[in-house]
Design a protein around this ligand. Structure first.
Ligand code: CP
Ligand code: NVA
Length: 299
C-alpha cells in the first residue's frame, strides 16, 4: 500500500483536518502516559535548516507515544555529501517508520516522498509549513471555536507560512486578507487555488479591518539572511502594532510561528500582550503533531 504523506495541508480533506485538530485538543487535555500507540516505532528527522519547536515537538511526541526519534543533520549524514535523494529515501525508509524533513527546496521533500516506503512529513520548506498550521488552527479552535467564515489577516511576506494559511483558508473555509509589500506577494497559483476567500492588499490598514486573527512572520526567512537590510526597508510599513490590533475585531487574536523579531514585524506590546496566543500555539505543535503521527501511522 502507498504510504500516506503530509507534504501540504491539501494532502488532507477538510474532514480529516478537522478530525486532527479535534484529536489534538483531546490528546492535550487527557494525556494518558499508558497510551503508547507508536511503541517501538522510529521517526527519522532530517534537518537542513535550524529548528527549536519542530525538533522538540516531534521528538517529545514520539517519546510520549512510546517510540523514538532520530535527529539527522545533513551536515553529518551522506545527504550533505551529495548522496542522491532517491537512494537516501529508499535506505532510510527501509529502517524507520516515518520521516520528517525540514529543507530549502520543496522538491526535495516531494522527491523524497516518491521514493519512500513510509510516510513523509514536511517540517518546513521554502514553499510551505503545514505543521505550523495544524498548531495555529488548533489554537484558534481552542480560544474561539470554529474558524469557518471568520476573517484572518496575514501580514508580511507571501512566504511558506502565508502559503499554508491559504491552504488552511481553503480547507476550513475562512476569509484570508494578505497584506504584503509590492514584490512580496504569495505564489499566484496557490492564491487562485483557494478562490475568492483570498484578498491581497498592499495596505496593512485595509487588510486588518474587522479581522478575527492577525498573523505575521519574520521579514527574512531562513536562507534569506543576506536580504535582511533590503527587507527591513520593504516591510517597514508592515509591522503589527497596537494600532493594527485596534483596527481588528476587539476579540481578535495574534499569532506568530516564532522565532520573532520584536521591533521588526511585531511590537513587544502586541506579541507580549493580552491578545497574543503565540506560546500556546508553540506548545500546540506537540499536541497537533501527535495527532498527525497517530493519523498517519495508526491505520
Ligand atoms: N515555528 C517553527 O517551525 O519553529 P522552529 O523553527 O523552531 O522549528
Ligand atoms: N518563514 C520562516 C518560518 C520559520 C518557522 C522561515 O522559513 O524561516
Amino acid at each position: 500500500m502507498e504510504p500516506r504523506h503530509f507534504i501540504s495541508l491539501l494532502d488532507l480533506s477538510s474532514k480529516e483536518l478537522l478530525s486532527i485538530i479535534n484529536r489534538a485538543i483531546v490528546l492535550k487535555n487527557h494525556r494518558n502516559p499508558d497510551f503508547q500507540p507508536l511503541k517501538g516505532q522510529v521517526l527519522a528527522m532530517i534537518f537542513e535548516k535550524s529548528s527549536t519547536r519542530t525538533r522538540i515537538s516531534f521528538e517529545t511526541g514520539m517519546t510520549h507515544f512510546g517510540g523514538s526519534a532520530l535527529f539527522l543533520s545533513s551536515r553529518d549524514t551522506q545527504l550533505g555529501r551529495g548522496e542522491p535523494l532517491e537512494d537516501s529515501a529508499k535506505v532510510i525508509s527501509s529502517m524507520v517508520d516515518c520521516i520528517m524533513i525540514r529543507t530549502f527546496s520543496h522538491e526535495t521533500v516531494t522527491t523524497f516522498a516518491e521514493h519512500s516506503s513510509v510516510p513523509v512529513i514536511n517540517g518546513l520548506t521554502d514553499l510551505l509549513h503545514p505543521c505550523q498550521l495544524l498548531a495555529d488552527m488548533q489554537t484558534y479552535f481552542e480560544y474561539r471555536g470554529d474558524i469557518k467564515g471568520k476573517t484572518v489577516t496575514w501580514v508580511g511576506d507571501g512566504n511558506n507560512m502565508c502559503h499554508s494559511y491559504i491552504n488552511a483558508a481553503h480547507l476550513l473555509d475562512f476569509k484570508l486578507n494578505i497584506a504584503c509589500p509590492i514584490g512580496y506577494e504569495p505564489n499566484r497559483d496557490i492564491v487562485d487555488s483557494a478562490g475568492d476567500r483570498i484578498k491581497v492588499f498592499h495596505s496593512l490598514e485595509q487588510a486588518a479591518k474587522n479581522s478575527n486573527l492577525l498573523v505575521t512572520d519574520v521579514w527574512a526567512s531562513m536562507g534569506q539572511e543576506e536580504e535582511q537590510k533590503k527587507r527591513e526597508e520593504a516591510f517597514k510599513n508592515f509591522q503589527v502594532s497596537s494600532a493594527t490590533m485596534d483596527l481588528a475585531h476587539k476579540s481578535a487574536l495574534f499569532m506568530h510561528c516564532l522565532p520573532a523579531h520584536r521591533g521588526e514585524e511585531v511590537t513587544s506590546e502586541v506579541i507580549d500582550g493580552p491578545q497574543s496566543v503565540v506560546f500556546n500555539a508553540a506548545e500546540n505543535r506537540l499536541h497537533a503533531q501527535k495527532a498527525l503521527l497517530e493519523f498517519l501511522l495508526c491505520k
